[in-house]
Design a protein around this ligand. Sequence first.
Ligand SMILES: [Zn+2]
Length: 161
Amino acid sequence: MHDCYSTAVRTRRVVGLAGVAVLWNELFRHGATDPAALVPNLTATSAWPLALALQRCPRCRRGDLFAGIIAMHRTCPVCRLDLEPEVGYYTGAMVVSYVLSIPLLTLVAVVVGLITRWDLGPVIVSASFLYLALVVPLFRYARSIWLYLDWWLNPGSFRTS
Ligand SMILES: [Zn+2]
């Protein structure tokens, strides 16, 4: 009985791993390591949320906005759109970061509170430490959203170099 159960579990694991391998092979069989390469029409008007999620240029939607973990390209590597139209351009991204951070920190605190059943003080301290793991993604998305907002509202202010 026990052996039968173990065999069934083992079989399910092997089948699951094979499924992942097949999916991986399907997605990357042409050597495409770029997630955007898997999306046939990222430049379609309706594809902007995906381009934003992938942190791509708001104009061509193909060029990466970031050159490193937090370093941005000065211009889009594909269409040469100037990604920093003026000095201090991304100061406004701090507002976006704040707007994103408050609900996110609240969510982390609620989850920590529900899991641990601790008092409010330790929950807030713990949630703050956990929140630190989200700082880099938040920084990147705050800048990306700020850039997309400006691109929609004021595309004429951007130059190509
Ligand atoms: Zn571009």
